[in-house]
Design a protein around this ligand. Sequence first.
Ligand SMILES: Cc1cc2nc3c(=O)[nH]c(=O)nc-3n(C[C@H](O)[C@H](O)[C@H](O)COP(=O)(O)O)c2cc1C
Length: 234
Amino acid sequence: MPYEKKRKQIITEKRIHATMKKIMIIDGSPRKNMNTAAMVAAFVEGVREGGGEAKVVRLYDLDYKGCRSCMACQLKGPRANSCRFPDGLTETLKECTEADGLVIASPIYYGEVTAMTRAFWERLTYPWLNYSTAIFKAPMSIPVTFIYTMNGMPSNGEKVRRSSMRSVETMTSVALGHKVEVLMANNTTQVNDYSRYEFPESIIESKKQWRDAHWEEDLAKAREAGKQMVTVGQ
Ligand SMILES: Cc1cc2nc3c(=O)[nH]c(=O)nc-3n(C[C@H](O)[C@H](O)[C@H](O)COP(=O)(O)O)c2cc1C
């Protein structure tokens, strides 16, 4: 390619890259190839289709714990934008504050997100709490989507939201200054080969029927949500 043409191409690519929206996707499932991972992959596809960039972080690959109440984020002086405790989550938390959109995806374990997801959320949000002003506000204003996958039916999913997740969703939404979006995949396939596990035949059959009727639609919704996050900002 002639030098001048190549130069123009590099400049154009750089410009596109500079304006490209970056979406941080936090995957709180321990399993890398099952339901939550598939919903996350579909969301990523949508982000890319919309012209954005997606970074997926699998929390179970990182070495960290929940908030230790070290209170470093509440020290006098310039406010901390993200958690000051140095460990395997530090870089991810920083990247979240620099992102143009945030997705928190998790299986539901005993009516809540996984312990790793909860620990991540504590670390993400506690520096946003300002005791002297009583204001809970993130340094960035970006759209946020929660993705839950679960055995339960949609009505059970709503129950989970009412009993445990709604306050987390609302606090995140208020702090980020955006309405929260929630996607759910219900009655998920829990294992690939049911013949090896102690599941009653009736459950296996009803799960298969549910999956045939809903799974592709769940993935399509995740894909569309990814596209929307970069194109319209939600
Ligand atoms: C420890 C554990 C607890 C679970 N608790 C619930 C629950 O309370 N409600 C529910 O609907 N599903 C529950 N499930 C099922 C998972 O939420 C469901 O299979 C999910 O889609 C798994 O996500 P994954 O495929 O990404 O691992 C539980 C699974 C495990 C392993």
